[in-house]
Structure formats: C-alpha cells, structure tokens
Design a protein around this ligand. Sequence first.
Ligand SMILES: [Fe+2]
Length: 431
Amino acid sequence: MNNKQSLLASLQQSRELVLELLNSLSAQQTKVPYLPGINPPIWEVGHAAFFFERFILQNLDKASSYNPALDDIWDSFELAHEDRWHEGLFPDKPDTLRYFDDTFNKVKQRIETKPLTDSDLYLYKYAIFHLNMHIESMVWARQSLGYAPPPSSLQHTDTRNTDLIHSKDVEVPAGRYRIGMPSQSANFATEDFCFDNEKPEFTVDMKTFKISRTLVSNAEFLTFIQAGGYENDQYWSMAGLKWRNSNRARHPLFWKQENGIWLERHFDQWLPVQAELPVKHVSYWEAQAYCKFAGRRLPSEFEWEVAALGNREHGTFNKFPWGNTMESHRVDMDSTHLARLPVTALPEGDSQFGCRQMIGTVWEWTDSLFFPYSGFTMDMYPFMSTLQFGDHKVVRGGSCATSSILIRGTYRQAYTPDRNDVFVGFRTCAQ
Ligand SMILES: [Fe+2]
C-alpha cells in the first residue's frame, strides 16, 4: 500500500467490501434497532465517506463540502451516538451512496493525478484504515442483530489440529524487549505507519513468564460454567459482580442451553457449542472471573506483545509473530473463518515462542488499562485514542472480522470492560 497502484487497489477493495456489507442487507435490515455497540449502517457508510472528504479533499485541497448541511451529521464528534437513530436525520440509502461514490471517485482521481507525497500517503492510508475499522463494526453488528454472516465469509471448514497440546504454556524468557512503533520515523507513511497510541517505542525489562499457547477454548470455559463459576461470587471482582448482576450473566453473550445442550448463535444460526473453538463474546469481567477460577491471570499488554513479537532490544524488529509482513493465509481475519477454527489451528501463524492465533481470530483481553505511552502526541483524529484513555481495557491482536491490512502486533485497541458484543476472547498466563 506504499505506491499508487497498491493504494488504489486497497481503496477499491475496501469500497467493494463496505458496499457488499450494506447491499446484502434488506431495506428492513438497514433500519437497525438501537443498540449501544452498533451504528445504523447507512450512517456508517456516510461517515466513512465524510472521513475521506474531511481529511483529504477538504484538508489538502480546501475543497468545498459536498453538502455543508450534512457535515455535522456525518461527523461522529458532532452527532451523539443515540441521535444517529433519529428518523430522517441523514439521507436515505441512494443519496448516501451517491455521496459515497462522489467522494471515492474524487479521492481516486486525486491519487491518480497528484504526486504521492509521504504526508498525503499517510492520510490516504489513515482514511482507508478508518473505513476498515467501520467494516469490522458492520460485521459485529450483523452478529449482534442475528443477520447472515458477511457474504464473503467461508463456510466453517473443520480443520482439527492435534499437533499441539491444548493450552499448554510456553515460557517467555526474561530480557529487555521493545514495545511499540518508532515515532518521528522517516518511514512514517510506509513501513512504520502506525496510530498515535502505538508510539513512541520504548523498552521494558520483562521477568520470565508463562503464557498459554492457545486461546481459552469453549471446552475450558465450559468447566467454569459447569463448576458454577457464574454463580460463585468469590471468582468475581466487585466491579465484575456489579456487571454480572446487572446483566444477569450466566454464560457468554450469544449462548443458550436447550435440553441440556449448549448452543451458540453464529450470526443467524444456532449451532452446538464446539469444544475446540475459542470462547468469544465474553466481557473482561468474565475473562477475569474465569482466571480466578482456573488459578490463572490475564497477560498485561506488554506481556502479550512480547509473547507475540519477541522484539529484543538489539534484535530484528518484527511487526508480526512470523516476520515483518502480513500474510493473511496465516490468520483468521477478513471475515473468512469467523472464529470457527479450533484454537489449535493455524500453526503457520505461531510466534517464536509458540503462541498461536495471536493475530486475528478474537481480540484478546489484557489486564492493562489503556493509557498513552510516555511521549504520546495525538494524531488528527481524537477518536483513535484520547477519548478512550483511562477507563478502557487494552485488547490486542485483531479479530476474525478485522481487516488484515489494518493491523500489526503493536496495534492497540481499547474496549470498556463490559464489551462482549465484539469478537473478543482471551488467553491466560500462569500466576
Ligand atoms: Fe469513525
């Protein structure tokens, strides 16, 4: 994505993906009920187009607005989340798609005709990545609402893999490791592209720790449920108890029990809970309670990054567990398998320590609160980080619904600890 050709290809691919997600919904399905974790899909498409218009066409070329009356409507700072459900507030689907097409065609033309400077490349990439963040939220909205999976996803192919003992720990040796991405890099728009919260890089002295090779599976989480883990207050923190009680939580969000059999809703289908798949759609509080029950703990975000990347102070720097470039066949991302591969699958994505599926599958809860790294400076888009600092927990690694072009091992996402609608799970450390 560092030259015009690959940039145009990513722009086009992202454009097709978002249109496919919108156009595969019926007129009725686009009128989504209010839920705190989702957006109306037509607003989301207009908002993504607005981001290109604001940060590229208006910012770089001083272009006039497509429709000044709508600028505040598409701007997530100006339009409060619950107000996005007001009938008639934003244009209908045909008008929104006209705006989307007009904006994308102008951006495409700009890339084709103007010199590609580093500062422009940075903004193009930022806007494409922002669009891809909304692609992920359009996918989790389909899960929340019980709609069909994205049209591009594969049917689940069962590739059981028994080469690895389930959840055996690996030991990560003590040492001084690098965390994060360099700031003020000459390559800030190309190989060192990252978001504000990943920089500046620094080193940490880590003690030896043990972390599970695999994500916590449904089988492991079922032992917690069957031992009465949800009902037993001793496994829950004070805040966790408050969450559990107010949500009457007794199982992961999309599970139910029928005639003694646990079922899990996968988009629009109820399927038996499969033991070897990762547990997902669990809040931080559930992950924390499971750990207490199992005599384990969640990794800190630095432990997670070291286990995934193992970048030693004076060694080679890798952005991915297997090397320095994204290779999407190694991961469950881009809504292909949708977290329906066993936790032991995809050995080709292992980290140097043997940790599996650290990139993709599910976002992984860490025990770390989301704070800026020392020396942090904000990008042009405050929604990326600053609004989440202080009360969100860091999740790492991306999910099955994350776009593989978006992420690297230093990428930090942050969710409030009650979030369980997103594709989120966890792995654990020995105490
Ligand atoms: Fe946004």
